[in-house]
Design a protein around this ligand. Structure first.
Ligand SMILES: O=C(O)CCC(=O)C(=O)O
Length: 282
């Protein structure tokens, strides 16, 4: 399957103008079933610790290392084509996680996924995110809420409003932002792709059932990744992955030498019997 040119051009335009685009039927019914089966094995082992992670939310971090189906999705050619359009060559996977909101979950604070890179806005995105619905997303069950156009907002527009105190929730602001919000309602298997500087949040789950999703985020090749995949994914596991996924995890060089391993290409670390130079006697 190759990425359809017209679809790609339109999706790029939507991300440029409104900050996001949707991919209906991103997963085939078979892939969606595989995702659900894989998630069943992992969901429930990590409970959100705060309002951001969600106190009624289960998360599974390092999803890419948990099942082959997630490795395949990480290198989905439609997502990588969008990354190619907005990020520099050698972009990296920065986060990979499942997010399951239980009934009663409250809305997340509005945030941008690349807000922790201290580069003044307005600015290009440092990362690109995708969130795929594993359960249907509705306004009632906490479907992701986005603020169209907010990826273009300046520092001034955010200052004293959104960032009134690090991590503090400004209730007035939350209400003002909520008035500009669009809920991404989509069937299970569809996904939303959005700029890392777009304001968004997981909504409140006022339904009777869970709202499960997974998200992969990609960042510029010069930015520090959120997840430390070198530590999270053992070498033996990384060795079995495709060359493209290995590159996305950081077994790659961003010229001239970012990511080097003692002056060698980092993929050397995946060779059988590799001994780190610092452990060699000569
Ligand atoms: O669950 C969602 O819909 C959004 C989650 C999110 O934005 C996050 O955890 O950073």
């Amino acid at each position: 399957m190759s990425v359809e040119t017209q679809w790609l051009a339109q999706s790029i335009e939507e991300i440029k103008t409104q900050g996001f685009c949707c991919i209906p039927n991103f997963l085939s019914p078979t892939k969606l079933a595989e995702v659900r089966a894989a998630l069943d094995k992992h969901i429930g082992s990590f409970h959100g610790r705060n309002n951001f992670e969600g106190t009624k939310t289960e998360r599974v971090y390092t999803l890419v290392g948990r099942d082959k189906v997630f490795e395949d999705i990480v290198e989905d050619e439609r997502i990588l084509a969008l990354c190619d359009a907005f990020l520099e060559p050698n972009f990296l996977l920065t986060a990979s996680q499942a997010i399951r909101l239980a009934p009663g979950e409250t809305p997340q604070p509005f945030h941008a996924d690349d807000s922790f890179y201290p580069i003044a806005r307005p600015r290009p995105m440092v990362s690109l995110s995708m969130i795929c619905a594993v359960d249907e997303f509705t306004a009632a069950n906490g479907g992701t809420e986005v603020i169209p156009g907010s990826h273009l907002w300046s520092e001034e527009k955010l200052a004293g409003e959104y960032r009134r105190g690090e991590g503090a929730l400004d209730v007035d602001l939350e209400q003002r932002l909520a008035g500009q919000t669009v809920t991404v309602e989509m069937p299970a298997g569809s996904c939303v792709v959005f700029a890392g500087n777009l304001l968004h949040r997981g909504g409140a789950n006022n339904s009777q059932g869970p709202r499960c999703a997974f998200s992969n985020q990609y960042c510029q090749p010069w930015a520090r990744t959120q997840e430390n995949f070198f530590l999270g994914i053992p070498t033996e596991k990384a060795r079995s992955m495709s060359p493209r996924v290995q590159e996305l995890l950081g077994y790659s060089i961003h010229p001239p030498f970012m990511g080097q391993l003692s002056a060698s290409h980092p993929r050397k670390a995946l060779e059988e019997g590799f001994i780190p130079p610092v452990m060699r006697s000569s």
